[in-house]
Ligand binder design. Structure first.
Ligand SMILES: Nc1ncnc2c1ncn2[C@@H]1O[C@H](COP(=O)(O)OP(=O)(O)OP(=O)(O)O)[C@@H](O)[C@H]1O
Length: 848
């Protein structure tokens, strides 16, 4: 047997064995974890697609900024003719409102006619002429008719006192000449459309057109008066070329916002892993694995490999998405630098996730924690993404507390990630030059950049930013600290590995002696509390005074127990709810630390040789150690591998075991589709895999129908050979059929123990006799008179049910003699049932 060999092997062979064992565990559990993710296809695909979606989103932002920036410039603005006044757009609006301050006169009529003809405007429709007392009353009209008049003109046909407080305060209408005009334009009309610099300024062109029309009209009037030819001046306006907006042109979304968006993909994996690990804890799957000897090292290494796999995949998905979208920062940086950055950061976050998962016990809480980390992290990333902040953080001559804050942030992985990213962006991506107020395109990022610090000036202050390599070392330090914390909390937090260690466990000799497996040393050197002098460990189970008291409980859940179970024995433990059965089994399987006492299982010490015990036991707990996503066959494969069954016969063994528990047809179905009974059957099959020398079963047939229950009984019966089976049950029939010995536990104590017949004989009420007589009361009266030791159990109809004490053979003799003389119609004799024994021993009969 493997465990026998272990006892006699040298430390070197043991180390080799340990290494092989752990690598086997890692390979089995990693396969299991990957299988779970492969069954959750949409989540996994989304996880791998996430970087691509983020890069696509960034590319879209870049596109918007670029197209926006390109639209904001106009290198060759068009000439706009102003020879005609443009008509206003709205219905019923007035293109030109003309106020005549001195009433109409010859020259004003001429001008209005001229404008009307030259600009195709209809009088009294497009042009409204008002004779106003003064300029103020014209502006009053405009105010009262908001937005109906496009442009107003005041023709000063006589002297008008000037208003002091409106648009025309600079107007000087001359009393004598009266040939001066003023243009009043609607300032609220949108000026140049900033979203499209190719459009002309609506006000400029209109005002100029009006001015030109009036000037032309005046010139024409003057020319006619003085006998000149009709003079027409034609004019155009054209704006200056509009240069590109220098705050947008060259903006690089990937450089400026990368740390914010690239923070997200690892957080998805983070959330997924934390919830999966906590789920294994909440459903006690990890406890189940610990019982069959899966080491914490194997457990965490398997998750580490899964995290590495997903981190590697998402990292590469991110890098190649960057290449796909032609991000300059990605194209100008060596692949290895990008891989190192994203992978190290992702792995550090995964290890942070491992550490968090050791502190929480519920999946619900794990979701809350993951979301909090994601949202809180995004808020911080919003600051850290800024290259300006990175420079500000490293400016020399800072207040004394800033370097301390910076140092504190160095222990926050996303800060180090943002810092390295900013280093790359500063070289390979476009960055804002605040002094020049423009964007500078990046150069190639080389390994020299990786190892060199960055220096420069910011608003007249010099800054010195440590090299990317230094920040990379910080990330590695973060990982190391988180690994140590994970290791520590995994030991001390209750529920992680079943047993929890004291908070100073690493300073105890026992911890390191167990760790290095010094079991080859003589027993007196190792720690052995309650070391027995007269106990000889057997191949089965030997307990001497083993007891358990839960913290904050007044009484012991299990009082000191003496028990010896030999090989080939099947023992059932029966007891009422809360009697201590599960606690006893948990101690024997190493899930709970005994409060005291000695125990040996397969010859190994329960306190110091637990690793070896785990190698030699099988366990079918009250809860099923099953993963909903995996199929029955995958479960069997996992446990067969963990149990190191020979590869050549593994598949055959799996099929055989599954058929044995009637699950052959459902072997390839996910366990989530199994009924409660099917899951129990699978758990029983799993407990027997790998030929364990002791099997513990906690209520193995709960939830099974009578036919399947009998099949499982048969299976357990066949498993008895060459091993010890300890099962707890509430079914007396099960205990009676399966066990060679029955132990009755009451309030943490073994009240009695022995084969079923012995218990019945010893604790039962004797024989039960049922007599059928035409007058049962008379019959009982006579019997009771002759044999007072008889006990009446029931009289109903023609039947009398009574018991004869087993310990009194003479009473039985006397009873049968008496009965022979009576006219008995029928009779039957029955031995006591186990249920009666149980009720009597547990004292429950009194309570009924
Ligand atoms: N984690 C715990 N902390 C404190 N007390 C506990 C804990 N687990 C069990 N107990 C107490 O220990 C006693 C024994 O419980 P245990 O679960 O071993 O009984 P059981 O015989 O297995 O019951 P059942 O048949 O219902 O499974 C009970 O009084 C129970 O309340």
């Amino acid at each position: 047997m493997q465990t026998e060999k272990l006892k006699t092997q040298s430390p070197l062979v043991k180390t080799k064995y340990c290494f092989r064992k752990i690598s086997n565990e890692v390979s089995a559990l990693t396969t299991k974890n990957l299988l779970i993710f492969s069954h959750n296809k949409h989540i996994t695909i989304l996880l791998l697609l996430c970087p691509f979606l983020i890069c696509g989103y960034l590319s879209y932002i870049q596109y918007i900024v670029d197209s926006y920036a390109s639209r904001l410039c106009n290198p060759s603005p068009e000439e706009i003719s102003i020879s005609k006044i443009p008509k206003c757009f709205n219905q019923n609006c007035i293109t030109l409102g003309i106020g005549l301050t001195g009433g109409s006169s010859e020259w004003t009529d001429y001008i209005i006619d001229h404008i009307s003809k030259s600009s195709d405007l209809i009088k009294n429709k497009d042009i409204k002429v008002l004779t106003t007392q003064n300029a103020e009353s014209f502006t009053k009209y405009i105010k009262e008719n908001t937005n109906t008049t496009q442009i107003g003109v005041i023709l000063c046909s006589n002297y008008i006192p000037l208003p002091t407080n409106n648009y025309i305060e600079n107007l000087h209408c001359q009393e004598t000449k009266g040939q001066i005009y003023a243009i009043i334009y609607n300032f609220t009309e949108v000026s140049r459309n900033i979203f499209d610099p190719n459009l002309p300024d609506p006000i400029e062109s209109k005002v100029l057109a009006v001015k030109l029309a009036i000037d032309n009209a005046i010139l024409s009037y003057q020319a006619r008066k003085q006998g000149f030819q009709n003079i027409i001046i034609d004019a155009v306006i054209q704006s200056f070329p509009i240069p590109p907006n220098r705050f947008l042109k060259g903006y690089d979304a990937v450089s400026m916002t990368g740390p914010l968006y690239f923070f997200i993909p690892p957080m998805f994996v983070f959330g997924l892993l934390v919830s999966e690990i906590v789920k294994e804890k909440e459903l006690k799957l990890r406890n189940g694995l610990s019982v069959i000897g899966v080491s914490a090292t194997g457990f965490w290494l398997s998750w580490f490999l899964v995290a590495l796999f997903f981190s590697f995949m998402t990292t590469n998905s991110l890098i190649f998405s960057g290449y796909f979208f032609k991000f300059a920062l990605f194209l100008k940086t060596p692949y290895l630098v990008l891989l190192l950055l994203f992978l190290t950061y992702s792995m550090t976050m995964m290890i942070l996730g491992f550490m968090i998962s050791t502190l929480i016990n519920s999946v619900k809480l794990s979701y809350t924690v993951s979301y909090t980390f994601l949202l809180g992290g995004l808020v911080l990333q919003n600051f850290f993404k800024s290259p300006m902040l990175m420079k500000l953080f490293h400016v020399e001559d800072l207040p004394y507390w800033v370097p301390w804050v910076r140092l504190a942030f160095c222990y926050y992985p996303p800060f180090n990630f943002s810092k390295i990213y900013a280093d790359i962006a500063a070289t390979a991506g476009s960055t804002p030059n605040f002094d020049e107020k423009m964007w500078e395109e990046g150069l190639e990022y080389t390994w020299d950049n990786f190892f060199n610090e960055r220096t420069g000036m910011l608003y007249g202050n010099s800054y010195r930013i440590p090299s990317s390599f230094e920040s990379f070392q910080n990330l590695l330090l973060n990982s190391l600290i988180l690994i140590v914390l994970t290791w520590y909390f995994d030991h001390v937090v209750q529920g992680n590995r079943g047993r929890s260690s004291p908070i100073w466990f690493m300073f105890t000799f026992e911890y390191w002696s167990l760790k290095f497996d010094y079991t080859f040393l003589p027993r007196f050197i190792r720690k052995s509390y309650n070391s027995p002098s007269n106990l000889k460990p057997n191949d089965g189970i030997l307990l001497d005074g083993l007891w358990k008291k839960y913290p904050n409980c007044k009484t012991c859940a299990v009082k000191p127990i003496q028990l010896s179970i030999e090989k080939d024995e099947c023992v059932s433990i029966i007891g009422h709810n809360g009697a201590g059965k599960t606690t006893l089994l948990s101690m024997l399987t190493g899930l709970l630390d005994p409060s005291g006492g000695i125990g040996y299982i397969s010859g190994f010490d329960l306190t110091s040789e637990l690793d070896n015990i785990h190698q030699s036991i099988g366990y079918c707990p009250q809860f099923n150690i099953l993963w909903d996503e995996l199929t029955g066959k995958e479960h069997m494969w996992l446990f067969a591998k963990l149990r190191n069954t020979p590869i050549s016969s593994r598949n055959e063994l799996i099929d055989y075991k599954l058929n044995e528990v009637n699950l052959g047809n459902a072997a390839n179905k996910a366990v989530s589709t199994y009924s409660g009974g099917m899951k129990r059957r699978l758990s029983v099959a799993i407990s027997s895999i790998g030929n364990p020398s002791v099997i513990f079963m906690d209520e193995p047939t709960t939830g099974m129908d009578p036919i399947t229950r009998r099949q499982v009984w048969k299976l357990i019966h066949n498993m008895k050979k060459d091993r010890v089976i300890v099962l707890t049950t509430h079914s007396m029939q099960e205990a009676e059929i399966l066990s060679d010995r029955i132990i009755v536990m009451v309030d943490g104590e073994i009240k009695c123990s022995g084969p079923s017949l012995y218990l019945k004989n010893h604790y039962g009420d004797g024989y039960k006799v049922e007599l059928i007589h035409e007058n049962p009361e008379v019959l009982w009266g006579k019997l009771n008179e002759k044999i007072p030791l008889l006990k009446l159990l029931d009289i109903s109809g023609n039947s009398v049910l009574l018991s004869i004490p087993r310990a009194e053979p003479k009473v039985a003799e006397e009873f049968f003699k008496t009965v022979e003389l009576m006219k008995i119609q029928d009779w039957s004799v029955q031995n006591s049932s186990l249920e009666e024994v149980f009720m009597k021993v547990t004292g429950s009969l009194k309570d009924l």
